[in-house]
Design a binder for this molecule. Structure first.
Ligand SMILES: Nc1ncnc2c1ncn2[C@@H]1O[C@H](COP(=O)(O)OP(=O)(O)OP(=O)(O)O)[C@@H](O)[C@H]1O
Ligand SMILES: [Mg+2]
Length: 288
């Protein structure tokens, strides 16, 4: 059969993804993409994404890319003392029909082995613009095709909703890490997200898996309410609940305020130890 697109109309088509040599050279790695996602706000997504990414780079010698998919730009705030204030635009990459890559929007951080995308005010508009694109759920995944060959792990900090950007994060992901604080609302949010991940697995990304539910902001005091919610969460998520838990620790907020990761800010604190244990667990899990 004739192929008129290739033979007759080729000159009119500026970009056909997949059949041209990538503008960026391929690397020799093949990153595992971990989306850190939760529907509820303020449960520790950004804190966990930054701390996990930093721990993987610092203690496991991984080449790590932290992608800030949240228009709030909290990754850049959390690492502001180690990152340039501005950088190339991730929004422009995502809105571009041509073969630009996330790699084109990456800046180095002061942490060895860790790159990140800079704060990008344009991401707020991207949320809506993505809705007008053909194959809107696959945009980020396509834009990581070459990028992922330059890293061992890509950690995506997703916004606290199930909008276009968050869905793009999940469709690009191999694994989803779901932070959950011990509150009834967070529990509901995890159930809703699990449903979304399951739908994405059926329709859009069959290789997606849940890395686990990470209990965050756990109050060490044994109040009855705290215990009741934790056991409800244990019952609800069973083996999906990660063995590592992150306690409430003021150093995490202070580190964010200082614009650096917990391992630089207060390496001896309990939260630093817990996030290091999380990274150890994740490395073990990804190796199997
Ligand atoms: N384990 C913890 N102990 C104490 N404070 C914490 C802990 N984890 C996160 N925080 C603080 O709670 C606030 C919310 O955390 P974070 O920004 O990580 O949540 P988020 O889920 O990314 O929020 P959003 O939905 O707005 O993106 C921040 O001020 C952070 O410093
Ligand atoms: Mg956040």
């Amino acid at each position: 059969m004739r192929n008129l697109l290739k033979v007759g109309l080729r000159r009119l088509v500026s970009s056909t993804p997949g059949d041209r040599a990538p503008a960026r050279a391929m690397g020799d790695r093949n990153a595992v993409v971990v989306a850190v996602a939760a529907q509820k706000g303020g449960v520790g997504k950004t804190t966990s994404a930054v701390s996990l990414a930093a721990a993987l780079a610092r203690f496991h010698g991984k080449r790590v890319l932290l992608v800030d998919l949240d228009p709030q730009g909290h990754v850049a705030t959390a690492l502001q003392s180690t990152m340039p204030a501005t950088g190339p635009s991730l929004a422009r990459v995502l809105q571009d029909e041509a073969e630009s890559e996330v790699l084109d929007a990456v800046v180095p951080t002061g942490i060895d082995g860790l790159d990140a995308t800079a704060y990008d005010a344009g991401l707020a508009a991207t949320e809506d613009l993505l809705g007008t694109r053909i194959g809107k759920e696959f945009v980020l995944r396509d834009k990581l095709r070459v990028t992922r060959t330059h890293y061992d792990v890509i950690v995506i900090d997703c916004p606290p909703n199930q909008g276009n950007l968050a869905i793009n994060g999940l469709v690009a992901a191999d694994q989803v890490l779901i932070p959950c604080d011990p509150s009834p609302l967070a529990l509901k949010g995890v159930a809703a997200l699990a449903q979304t991940v399951s739908t994405i697995a059926h329709r859009l990304n069959p290789q997606i898996d849940v890395l686990g539910v990470l209990l965050t902001r756990v109050d060490g005091r044994n109040t009855t309410l705290n215990e009741a919610i934790v056991s409800e969460i244990e019952e609800a998520f069973g083996p999906a609940l990660l063995p590592v838990r992150i306690g409430i620790n003021a150093s995490l907020a202070k580190a964010q305020h200082a614009g650096t990761d917990i391992f630089a800010f207060d390496p001896g604190c309990r939260a630093a130890q817990q996030y290091r244990e999380l990274a150890d667990h994740v490395v073990g899990q990804l190796a199997t």
